[in-house]
Design a protein around this ligand. Structure first.
Ligand code: HEM
Length: 134
């Protein structure tokens, strides 16, 4: 039964409390037996009924226990067709701002030191030339 494939339009027909399908990470879950027990309330589940709930589910940061419950509700997987809504993936941000900031700061410092050096050398040469001229 869990091998069954559902299209997006199949899933979107199950939106009532007694018959509620959710898509999370491209798997299809029947949440109807769990609606009344959900600690986050039935409203939020009904809101995403028949839709891709991946983002909503991950945003809350559900526990491993919640994920175990979820596995028990599995009824099949999603068969994507052209024109279906794009998968809502949950991509944690990996880039940290501080590292790039640090790198550009380093380059900026080098530039200042370099320009300062060139200017000092220019001034030295200029003074030397003037002295020679006297
Ligand atoms: C069938 C899918 C879902 C299952 C099995 C599930 C299960 C659970 C469980 C077991 C908890 C208790 C805390 C934890 O263990 O993390 C919980 C809390 C919660 N869930 Fe879900 N959940 C599902 C979908 C959703 C969705 C789609 C939302 C949408 C926003 C949602 C919102 C919440 C919220 C806000 C809480 C926190 C409640 C509180 O701490 O007061 N859940 N859920």
């Amino acid at each position: 039964m869990a091998d069954k494939e559902y299209t997006y339009s199949d899933v979107s027909e199950h939106t009532t409390k007694k018959d509620l399908f959710l898509v999370i990470h491209d798997k299809v879950y029947n949440a109807s037996s769990f609606v009344d027990e959900h600690p986050g309330g039935e409203e939020v589940l009904l809101d995403v009924g028949g839709q891709d709930a991946t983002e909503a589910f991950e945003d809350v940061g559900h526990s491993d226990e919640a994920r175990e419950v979820l596995e028990g509700l599995l009824v099949g997987k999603l068969k994507r067709k052209e024109g279906d809504p794009q998968p809502k993936s949950y991509a944690p941000t990996t880039q940290t701002a501080s590292t790039t900031e640090g790198a550009s700061m380093g380059v900026g410092l080098y530039a200042i030191v370099l320009i300062g050096g060139v200017l000092a050398f220019g001034a030295y040469k200029y003074l030397q030339a003037q002295q020679e001229g006297q």
